[in-house]
Design a protein around this ligand. Structure first.
Ligand SMILES: [Zn+2]
Ligand SMILES: [Zn+2]
Length: 470
């Protein structure tokens, strides 16, 4: 029977990046997520190579979803000696196959670039945080579990995945822990999605919870109604196409790109949008879209019906671009078009070329459809800084900047409050709620609301904070 339970926060504590939480059950450490810390280069090296715990001692890793800020440091974990299983859903495992290799490729390129500069200065070269080989080794540790199929990871501990409704395969991780006199339940929400998102089912909210670790990305903000997403997208396309401009969409390769394509497909079927060419210009997005086609078990009812009528991720006038030369040719297009490319926060990838080409022209539009973290180029554009640096050179920002707040894949303040309310109503033994995965101001606002409106005991852990639960 379990006697001690300790939770320690090793990432996404007071920030939205590098999700890693360590739950130690009778001295046996179980890792929840192993995300890559993304931010300034000198911080990322330290955060991603020093875990603050011994990877060799971890018994099992449980992965909520494939986003790199949750999965992206698994290769380092395995490189540093983790030998246990990594449990996640089948869709998450498939997405990680392309995403971790892509991430490793970026790490290798990054180190190459840095070493070129270091050589010139006569400095010692560095190694990439991890390599493609490390990523491949981590993929061999994946063992998939279906939603709602409890699995014993220890004699007295069962894990169960609930649908988090955030991206394909995303899960909340529910742990039932046997102890004298019954069971206790520890729930980690992972990133929480929203009701009504296309493709996915709505988030499931756990009951009978004793301790809840909950995300808080949008703890201080409300999104516009998801039902307006299609109409707002249509409005932007009509307006920009009419003045002959290009629409550049920095988009996340997973989920957001497929959602935009899903809406564009619906608008095209209704002949609602002007006949402009549309490009998805990102090899990763193309690969990820193929994985979306492979996992109908994650679809909501509407999406299941739509796939019976045709391919929601393909229609004429939509081209997927994998080839680099073809991508470069997009720069020469005259006249209106829409280019959806990665990365979503404009931190790298082909989107940078498109921004460099389009940002100074007032007819063009940069359309944001997702969260822009502090310090990223995307955030600087959203904040309309008059000049932004792209590839180290200043460019005046004259294009129109639009943010579709409807399209977020994260629960907003209202959804988070509702989530906590439902948990509380169905959890007579709820003891504490820990807020993670949020910037400090959003967390404080949400914590105050949860205390005032629901009377909850809310904790905002700092990095490396540890709490004894039993
Ligand atoms: Zn996520
Ligand atoms: Zn996240």
């Amino acid at each position: 029977m379990t006697e001690s339970l300790i939770i320690a926060f090793h990432g996404a504590a007071g920030s939205t990046t590098g999700s890693r939480h360590l739950l130690t059950i009778d001295q046996i450490p179980i890792l929840l997520d192993c995300g890559l810390y993304q931010g300034r280069r000198k911080d990322t090296w330290e955060h991603n190579t020093h875990f603050g715990f011994d990877p060799r001692a971890i018994h099992t890793t449980l992965l909520s979803h494939a986003h790199i800020d949750h999965s992206g440091n698994l290769p380092t974990l395995v490189k540093q000696g983790f030998q246990g299983p990594i449990h996640c859903t089948a869709a998450t495992a498939d997405l990680c196959r392309v995403m971790l290799l892509d991430s490793a490729f970026i790490q290798e390129k990054d180190a190459e670039w840095l070493n070129k500069r270091k050589r010139k200065r006569g400095e010692e070269p560095i190694e990439p945080i991890y390599t493609i080989q490390d990523a491949t080794r981590s993929l061999n540790r994946f063992e998939t579990l279906d939603y709602h199929h409890p699995h014993h990871i220890l004699r007295d501990v069962k894990v169960n995945f609930y649908d988090a409704g955030h991206i394909l395969g995303s899960a909340s991780i529910i742990l039932d822990i046997r102890r004298d006199g019954g069971e206790v339940r520890f729930a980690f929400s992972g990133d929480i999605g929203r009701a009504g998102l296309p493709i996915l089912r709505d988030p499931e909210i756990p009951h009978h919870v004793d301790w809840l670790v909950m995300e808080s990305t949008y703890g201080a903000r409300e999104h516009d109604d998801i039902a307006h997403a299609e109409a707002e997208l249509l409005d932007v396309i009509q307006r920009v196409a009419a003045r002959g401009g290009k629409i550049i969409v920095p988009s996340f390769s997973v989920e957001r790109t497929q959602e935009i394509v899903y809406y564009l497909n619906a608008l095209t079927n209704r002949r609602a949008i002007p006949p402009i060419p549309i490009y998805v210009d990102s090899p990763l997005s193309v690969n990820v879209t193929d994985i979306f086609r492979l996992h109908p078990e994650c679809y909501d009812e509407e999406m299941r019906r739509i796939v019976l009528e045709g391919d929601p991720f393909g229609f004429h006038r939509l081209s997927y671009v994998k080839d680099v030369e073809e991508s470069k040719r997009l720069n020469n297009i005259n006249g209106p078009c829409m280019i959806i490319s990665a990365s979503g926060m404009c931190e790298g990838g082909r989107i940078l070329h498109h921004l460099r080409n389009s940002i100074a022209e007032p007819r063009n539009c940069i359309l944001f459809v997702g969260y822009q973290a502090e310090g990223t180029l995307g955030r600087k554009i959203v904040e309309r800084q008059p000049t932004v640096n792209i590839f180290g050179e200043p460019h005046p920002l004259r294009a129109e900047v639009v943010t579709l707040n409807t399209m977020s894949g994260h629960a907003d303040r209202h959804d988070l409050l509702n989530y906590a309310r439902v948990v509380r109503e169905h959890s007579p033994n709820l003891k504490q709620v820990f807020l993670v995965h949020g910037e400090p101001a959003a967390q404080r606002t949400l914590a105050e609301t949860l205390r005032a409106e629901l009377g909850l005991d809310v904790v905002i852990p700092a990095l490396r904070d540890e709490f004894r639960l039993l």
